[in-house]
Design a protein around this ligand. Structure first.
Ligand SMILES: [Zn+2]
Length: 255
């Protein structure tokens, strides 16, 4: 018994040391950039380097919670992204609360302060990815506030038995905001195909939303190489302006 406990302790120490090394490794500076990008204007810009699945970031902006936006409790370290992404999430939260009676956006991981590999994800490395929870309804079809992610089946029912439902209207509204956002170019919104279908069917049946259908079909993707996103949207912005030669667009790798 004692030796098992000691092994456990040794393992815990080893894991903490590795985590510390990881943090040290992740601390990047301008000296890590290709030469061209070490001077102005780049030296005063927030930079997204490489691709979402093999990249890092510099001078990232921290996403802060407010009355319209909560950050999931286990995501409070990975709250850094390019300002284009962070400001877009803040706009989304503000707009949603205005248009859908007190809606509160639930945000999960963005990237760590200097980017690079993030536990539990293959992408989220360069400050262009964010996980955003679904809006949900209670059993009386009233909007319900959550501070966690819940997985939903094709009928829109929570898989965890909590009896909450996928809120087609508010989730569609958010997708529509993303595809209309002019300041940040949202490149992809990854979501499980059964929920993608649900959202597109919802919009197709409503003339006011139908005109956005084609663009939504382009934007919403079921990840081809990772777990189905049935408990959150994963939103990715395009490479920010003036990032040619530094930021790489390619890849559908996500989660
Ligand atoms: Zn993600």
């Amino acid at each position: 018994m004692f030796s098992v406990r000691r092994r456990g302790l040794q393992l815990a120490i080893a894991v903490s040391l590795l985590a510390l090394l990881g943090i040290a490794y992740a601390r990047r500076t301008d000296a890590d950039l290709p030469e061209k990008f070490r001077k102005r204007p780049y030296s005063v810009m927030s930079l997204s380097v490489g691709s979402p699945a093999d990249g890092w970031q510099l001078r990232a902006k921290r996403l802060r919670p407010n009355q319209h936006l909560v950050i999931k409790s286990n995501s409070r370290k990975a709250v850094y992204g390019h300002p284009a992404l962070v400001l877009m999430l803040q706009r989304t939260a503000r707009q949603m609360s205005r248009e859908a009676r007190g809606a509160v956006l639930v945000v999960g991981d963005l990237s760590s302060k200097f980017g690079g590999p993030l536990p539990g994800h293959r992408s989220h490395q360069s400050g262009r990815d964010a996980d955003v929870g679904f809006f949900v309804l209670d059993k009386h079809d009233r909007p319900k506030r959550l501070d966690r992610f819940i997985a939903f089946d094709a009928d829109g029912n929570a898989k965890d038995g909590s009896k909450v439902r996928f809120d087609d209207y508010r989730n569609w509204l958010m997708v529509q905001m993303w595809l209309q956002d002019k300041r940040a170019e949202v490149k992809y919104v990854f979501v499980a195909s059964h929920l993608r279908r649900r959202l597109l069917d919802f919009a197709r049946a409503r003339p006011a939303f139908r005109k956005y259908l084609e663009r939504a079909e382009q934007l919403l993707r079921q990840p081809s190489n990772s777990a189905a996103h049935d408990d959150h949207f994963h939103v990715r912005i395009a490479c920010p302006k003036r990032h040619e030669g530094l930021c790489l667009e390619h890849g559908w790798v996500n989660d």
